[in-house]
Design a protein around this ligand. Structure first.
Ligand code: FES
Length: 296
């Protein structure tokens, strides 16, 4: 069963005919959420969950899945007991799920806009499947409102089956494609000082990548002060050494996440996590780094 599911995911990832649609949708979303405009950046940060310290989309997807599961149970009880109060509860659950599905769609688009290739195709499939489920639940709500409860229940049941497939694809995006999780490598700096670079080799305003004990470290000198952060952007793995240096911040070259040099705080997204930073000292003409006290 597991192998069949994995193969099904690979089939979806190979659907290149989705690419032109993906291009168009991405263009529209990235235009609306463009970081060049303060409102665009504010909205992108809001929808990606920068304020939450965690991607917002997976939080909201629990609403339709939970509400529609409850609706299914209440529909079942009502069918068996014929007690009307269960029907009212099921109808409310369907409507709550619809609200949650709309919020999930908007936040999902904000997160998906940064994907490429197979990840993007799978994300688009996830979205289309869930749109199908939401439409069925919308039809179910209308049927229920018109007193056609039997048809409304059947439509909801179909929608539930489809949303379950959508949820599986969403899980695959996170666990197999690492969408929404940190892309910082798991290697850690030792707690002892380690030589990173000769002090003379780091010019003012320079972003330089060095490997220290298998950890990719970004060294930056600004206003004479040297800073060290993990070089791999936690959002989707962009190379921060190829980014741009701003006042007290480094900006990722891929999607514009901005990290404070002093503590790695994500000043703006789409990254929802802070970037790991390291302690730095100049010793005998060498720049040395070590794990920060917090991670010791
Ligand atoms: S990889 Fe997306 S902001 Fe850095």
């Amino acid at each position: 069963m597991a192998m069949e599911m994995l193969e099904a995911m690979e089939v979806l990832e190979d659907q290149t005919w989705l690419d032109p649609t993906g291009d168009e949708v991405q263009k529209v979303v990235s235009r609306v959420l463009a970081h060049e405009r303060p409102t665009g950046m504010w909205l992108d940060n809001l929808l990606n969950g920068v304020w939450l310290g965690h991607p917002l989309h997976p939080v909201l997807t629990d609403i339709p899945v939970g509400a529609w599961t409850l609706g299914l149970i209440l529909d079942g009880i009502e069918s068996v007991t014929r007690r009307r109060e269960y029907a009212a509860g099921a109808d409310v659950a369907v409507l709550v799920g619809l609200g949650g599905a709309l919020a999930s769609a908007v936040t999902g688009l904000a997160q998906w806009q940064y994907t490429i290739g197979r990840q993007r195709r799978l994300g688009l499939s996830h979205g289309l499947v869930n749109v199908g489920a939401t439409v069925l639940y919308g039809v179910s709500a209308v049927l229920r409102g018109r007193g056609k409860r039997g048809a409304g229940k059947v439509t909801a049941l179909l929608g539930y089956g489809i949303v379950t497939i959508g949820a599986y694809i969403g899980g695959d995006l996170v666990y197999a494609h690492r969408l929404g999780v940190t892309h910082v490598p798991e290697t850690e700096l030792p707690n002892e000082w380690v030589r990173a670079l000769a002090d003379a080799e780091l010019a003012e305003g320079q972003l330089k990548k060095v490997m220290v004990a298998d950890v990719p470290v970004l060294l930056v000198r600004q206003h004479g002060q040297v800073y060290a952060l993990n070089e791999v952007c936690n959002h989707l793995g962009g190379p921060l050494s190829e980014g741009t240096l701003e006042e007290r911040c480094v900006v990722c070259p891929w999607h514009g996440s901005r990290y404070a040099l002093s503590d790695g705080r994500n000043v703006n997204g789409p990254a929802t996590f802070p970037q790991p930073t390291y302690e730095v000292r100049i010793h005998n003409g060498q720049i040395e780094v070590r794990a920060t006290k917090a991670s010791e």
